[in-house]
Design a protein. Sequence first.
Length: 129
Amino acid sequence: MGFGQRKGARRHRVGAGVQCREPSSDQRLLLAHKALGPDASGGQDYLWSIYSLACGKSVAQVRMPTSAAPFAIWHSTLLYVSSPCLRRVNGDLIKEPLELRAVDLDTGDEVWKIALRDTTYHGPYPPRP
C-alpha cells in the first residue's frame, strides 16, 4: 500500500491534463479541473469535472472561472464558495466579495449568489521576537 492510501481505496483515472483538487463538503464527490484558456475578459477559465468517489463515474462538468473551491451538489445545483477577487469587465475593475454561489448544472448558468461575511484577518501580524 502506498503513502496516503487506505486499504480498499480505489484509484480513479480522470484524463490527461486534469488535476484532482478538492473533495466535496460531504466527502462523496471529487473535483478535478482542467485549464481551458482565457475567457472573454482575459481571465482563466477551467472545466470542473466532478466524480463520485463511490463508483468513479462522472457526476457533472461545468465551465468555471476558478480552478477549485469548496463545493457541494444539491439536486442539479452546484453550490460553491467564491473567494474575493478583482475582475475586469468591459475595461472596468469590479471587486467581488466572498460569496456563496449556485450554478444550474443542466444549463451552466448562475442561479443566485449571496455575499458572505469574510472573517479572515487581513491586517499586519505582530513582529516575531
